[in-house]
Design a binder for this molecule. Structure first.
Ligand code: SAH
Length: 223
């Protein structure tokens, strides 16, 4: 048996190392977030034909006209959530399940909603393959949230809507926070909303410009 690492394993290690360097270069400096990105095999969440692009800074089609955001976008959005490990998180737009897996490592429990059945099924099997057990998936219109399981400490909307759905803000716990892209198609503002202690009080902060796929539903764009 040779003591040398096989070419493939060495390439995989190099790819991952470059992936982490790129994320750091994009301002991802939270060690816990970086560790989560090092732990989740991103290629598991995409079709085999596209796996050679898994660790590049590019969005990738996941079928049904949807895309998974570039890793730097997912990482910066995850950082904005300021997770400590104890939070209950609601994600709108499961897509591939990749961000749900990342959130699962950084929070206590994740509820994620997807509207396209095929994507939800694929995401479930990728999450099972990865072996994560604290992510619950639901099929349905995420713009309605899941009031029966509220309140949530964090809500992350991973598709772009015209404005923040009020029903989602209402499902936040006191001091809870929602992050998502809102505004016109192709040019949303990544926005963060903090819930105050007083009923109905929110603080809003724009943290960047972005271009996400459409949030389609009763409180989003009409499909
Ligand atoms: N977080 C995902 C990103 C996928 S893209 C990932 O890591 O892969 C956004 C997803 O939001 C798409 O799969 C799209 O079908 C879904 N989506 C759009 N509107 C939705 C809605 N109202 N409810 C639930 N999912 C929605």
């Amino acid at each position: 048996m040779s003591m040398n690492m096989g070419g493939r394993a060495r390439d995989a290690l190099k790819t991952r190392r470059r992936f982490m360097e790129r994320l750091r270069g994009l301002g991802v400096n939270d060690p816990k977030v970086l560790k989560a990105f090092a732990t989740v095999p991103r290629h598991l969440f995409m079709s085999e034909a596209l796996r050679d692009r898994a660790y590049k800074e590019t969005p990738i089609p996941i079928g049904e006209g949807q895309t998974i955001s570039a890793p730097g976008v997912v990482a910066n959005m995850t950082m904005a959530l300021e997770l400590t490990g104890t939070e209950r998180v609601l994600e709108i737009g499961t897509g591939s399940g990749y961000q749900a897996a990342i959130l699962g490592l950084l929070a206590s429990h994740v509820v994620s909603i997807e509207r396209i059945p095929k994507l939800a099924t694929r995401a479930r099997s990728a999450l099972d393959q990865f072996g994560i057990t604290n992510v619950t998936l639901f099929l349905g219109d995420g713009t309605l949230g899941r009031p029966d399981l509220a309140p949530y400490d964090r809500i992350v909307v991973t598709a772009g809507g015209p404005e923040v759905p009020r029903v989602l803000l209402d499902q936040l716990a006191p001091d809870g926070m929602l992050v998502g892209p809102f505004g016109p198609r192709r040019a949303q503002k990544l926005t963060r909303y903090w819930r105050g202690k007083k009923a109905g009080s929110f603080r809003r902060e724009v943290i960047g410009e972005c271009d996400f796929v459409d949030l389609i539903g009763q409180n989003g764009w009409r499909g």
